[in-house]
Write a protein that binds this ligand. Structure first.
Ligand SMILES: *Cc1c(COP(=O)(O)O)cnc(C)c1O
Length: 822
């Protein structure tokens, strides 16, 4: 019904998609929305006009999806994530709305190059790495497989920092992705909520309130205002909403204070509110201890929960049916405080009794664990938590006493195990354990690869797993093939279509039909030609960006991911040093020309990670200027790794480096993107590499190094890196060269401590895996010498990676956890 009480309203006529209509619409948008004619329009204006034309189609499908969701009255999925690493949206939306070719034709009829304006769109970089990119792939796949879903997160004004390299060192600069406005988002002021912090808790004034009903009187309040971005699934089947919250001061109060002459106070408060959503914590698998981070977590969890509950009450009336209508997925522990927030809403706002509230909560939430690294398991000091969230602290205590009572009564837990299950870490400074809160408050807890899930049962959640043996399950990660094959690798996409038809576009597992072309020499030739074209394009980009000259006929060996010691960029660099040494000592051998490319950001406070970036640059300088290895070895660090750079580098890779210490990478998703783009993987049996080996076949992947079990065993039996180094001449020489300043003559001691760490403890088993890694690299050389064999293996990789589509992952979540039909 509309405002006049009419029930039938005119709907917009269906839009045509053809180049002429589109060209007309673009010019129309340029004129009336941007206020320029074609002569005055700058490239950014064209981009804006194009996005507006695409957006109209997306909106039609968005509204239709919303109407369908309301009619179906089924369960909706809410994906809560502090990070969404989206990248650019223009090509993605146009391609999913099946208008990319027509758009390209329309633009060329207007004399505009789509590639040039596409490159102007800023990356929405609201995430650090894999966890945030997974959330973005999931949003696209949920729309594709027709799951009614909302993503909830924070609209950071500055997303992930922009990385520049100055004199070899990482420099962090703010990423100003909103400078030219964001045509994809819609501000929804009418759906704002108040978020409280601090203050005190009083007993409820309600006469017949239960013993658990309280009234929280926060001392501080901010407003959460949502911005909605439509996310279109493949073929525009469904368009879901990504709702990102922005913090604003409570206006009327501020205005009063401002008018009363307290200008400074009013401004401070306004700045405080806005600071909440200004920055994304640039931390990778390490807790940001700052109070601001906890405030961000509560801010977006509370806003999202209030929104979900408001919507539920509006459509279904009864809060008790929430679990039948809502499935809330927690992407890691960052939104875990939502468990306590829902309890608070149920107890204090809806008067639900404690047991029922806990039952509703557990049936509503599910939690995805992303890391086993002990230093990355989030916890907050009790005094901080209590000061910021006094009511939630009470709820955590109440839940804990119930949880530990249940564990004690089961009779299978000693004091140590009870201590491990507790929501409060009592060892030393008391802390609230967010992983335990998320586990206790969910009906499902999943890992992100088969290996990681098994390790979760044996390590962090071993005692929880005994108490609730049915709760832990696995959902191996995936990536969206629309972005990571069809859009980023147009050449391969067209070649595959030509060979096996279009079915794989709707069913990635149909890529399997490519298997029969793996040994077809004509197909191999075309396949290698596509790879070569992608390498030429990357070489051009690197010439423009970093003035590097790289030869597209060399083997492109690429490691791009966050810089972290467990991911072992250092192992790769040490091997490069050793290879450099071997080539110089044995110039007569038949060396494979290699270009080693590195990219990735280091957390600003992570000293060793930043030093590893500097080392890559130092080694590059020495190697690239040495005529003795010219044409055989090149090393290059590529600055500012982000989604758009990944889209250029991955299609150009011959070799994908996935070499983390076994047991430490929960899944990895970069590994999947490379393989589906026809790179061979050199990797350890870690994370999803294990399942990739099972799918592509062990003859089509190069595996080396200790297994997770062997890593444990070595550590348990007193691993001695010195002994290992003593037995490997190549390793010893490479380490000595680095430690003694061969690559850093300007500061010979620069890497002394870094190398000393390998001698002293080698937490990440670099020395233990070195020889095995180096031998694996020579096996890679052997395969490369036989280009037909290489092509065959690479084609098998493309053919057999279909299972790693995030559509498959989302179907598993939908069926096993959310119980929504797909
Ligand atoms: C896929 C992706 C990642 C994750 O890479 P891993 O190798 O799995 O760590 C990180 N950053 C970006 C930009 C990505 O596209």
């Amino acid at each position: 019904m509309n405002l006049k009480g009419q029930t039938t309203l005119p709907k917009p006529a269906p839009r045509q998609v053809d180049p002429q209509v589109l060209a007309h619409e673009i010019v129309e948008r340029l004129t009336y929305r941007i206020g320029k004619n074609a002569t005055a329009a700058k490239p950014h204006d064209w981009l804006h006009a194009v996005i507006l034309a695409i957006r109209d189609r997306v909106i039609d499908a968005w509204i239709a999806s919303t109407e369908k969701t309301y009619e179906q009255q089924g369960r909706r999925v809410y994906y809560l994530s502090l990070e969404f690493l989206i990248g650019r949206l223009m090509r993605d939306a146009a391609s999913n709305m099946e208008m990319l070719d027509d758009m390209q034709a329309a633009l060329s009829s207007l004399g505009v190059d789509i590639d040039i304006i596409a490159a102007l769109e800023p990356d929405a970089a609201l995430g650090n790495g894999g966890l945030g990119r997974l959330a973005a792939c999931f949003m696209e796949s949920m729309a594709t497989v027709d799951v009614p879903a909302y993503g909830y997160g924070i609209r950071y004004v500055n997303g992930m920092f922009r990385q520049e390299i100055s004199d070899g060192w990482q420099v962090e600069l703010p990423e100003t992705w909103l400078t030219h406005g964001n045509p994809w988002e819609f501000e929804r002021r009418e759906a704002s909520y108040e978020i409280g912090f601090g203050g005190r808790v009083d007993p409820s004034e309600n006469e017949d309130a239960s013993q658990h009903q309280m009234r929280w009187r926060p001392a501080e309040r901010v407003i959460a205002t949502p911005y909605d971005t439509p996310i279109a699934g493949w073929r525009g089947k469904r368009v879901n909403t990504l709702r990102l919250w922005e913090a604003q001061p409570i206006d009327p109060i501020l205005l009063d204070r401002f008018n009363a002459g307290d200008h400074l106070g009013a401004l401070t408060e306004s700045n405080r509110a806005e600071a909440l959503t200004r920055v994304l914590y640039p931390a990778d698998s390490s807790p940001a201890g700052q109070e601001l981070r906890l405030r961000q977590e509560y801010f977006f969890s509370s806003a999202s929960l209030q929104d979900i509950v408001r919507r539920h009450i509006q459509y279904f009336g009864d809060i008790r049916t929430l679990p039948d209508k809502a499935a809330i997925q927690l992407n890691d522990t960052h939104p875990a405080v939502a468990v306590a927030e829902l309890m608070r809403i149920l107890l204090d706002n809806h008067g639900v009794d404690f047991d029922e509230a806990w039952d509703i909560t557990r049936r509503t939430f599910s939690y995805t664990n992303h890391t086993l690294l002990p230093e990355a398991l989030e916890s907050w000091p009790v005094p901080l938590f209590e000061r910021l969230l006094p009511r939630h602290m009470q709820i955590v205590y109440a839940v804990n006493s119930r949880l530990l009572g249940e564990a004690r009564r089961s009779g299978q837990f000693d004091d140590r195990a009870i201590g491990a299950i507790s929501l409060i870490d009592e060892g030393g400074e008391r802390r609230v354990r967010m992983g335990n809160l998320a586990f206790a408050g969910s009906h499902s807890v999943n890992g992100v690869s088969a290996l990681h899930t098994e390790l979760m049962k044996e390590t962090v959640f071993a005692d929880f797993h005994r108490l609730y043996p049915a709760r832990i399950n696995n959902k191996t990660n995936g990536v969206t093939f629309r972005r990571w094959l069809m859009q980023c690798n147009h050449g391969l996409f067209e070649l595959v279509r030509e060979a096996i038809g279009d079915r794989f576009m709707d069913d990635p597992e149909a890529l399997r039909e490519l298997d029969r072309f793996a040994d077809d020499s004509a197909f191999q030739e075309k396949f290698l030609a596509v790879k070569r074209a992608n390498k030429v394009a990357l070489a051009d980009l690197l010439r423009q960006r970093v003035n590097a000259r790289i030869d597209p006929s060399a083997l492109f060996d690429i490691q791009i991911k966050r810089i972290h010691e467990y991911k072992r960029q250092l192992l790769n660099i040490i091997e490069a040093v050793s290879l450099y040494d071997q080539i110089r000592s044995h110039p007569e051998k038949d060396w494979v020309p290699r270009v080693k490319l590195f990219g990735g950001k280091a957390a600003p406070s992570y000293h060793n990670a930043k030093l590893i970036i500097k080392l890559a640059g130092d080694v590059a300088r020495a190697v690239n200027h040495d005529p003795a290895v010219q044409g055989l070895l090149k090393v290059q660090f590529v600055p500012n790794y982000n989604v758009s750079l990944a889209e250029m580098m991955i299609p150009a890779a011959d070799l994908s480096e996935q070499i983390s210490t076994a047991g430490m990478e929960a899944s990895g998703t970069g590994n999947m993107k490379f393989a589906v783009n026809g790179a061979l993987t050199i990797g350890t049996l870690d994370g999803a590499n294990v399942e990739m080996r099972d799918h592509v076949g062990e003859e089509n992947i190069v595996i080396f190094g200790l297994t997770a079990a062997q890593v444990n065993e070595r550590r348990a039996h007193g691993y001695d890196p010195r002994e290992v180094i003593g037995q490997s001449r190549e390793l010893g020489q490479a380490l000595d060269a680095i430690a003694s300043g061969v690559f850093s003559p300007d500061d010979p001691g620069r890497y002394r401590d870094l190398v000393q760490g390998i001698y002293d403890h080698d937490w990440f088993m670099v020395a233990a895996d070195f020889d095995s890694y180096s031998a694996a690299q020579r096996r890679v050389d052997g395969i490369w010498h036989d280009q037909a064999l290489w092509a065959s293996k690479a084609i098998h990789n493309v053919a057999r990676m279909g299972w790693f589509s995030s559509d498959r992952t989302i179907r598993e979540y939908a069926t096993d956890i959310w119980k929504v039909p797909v």
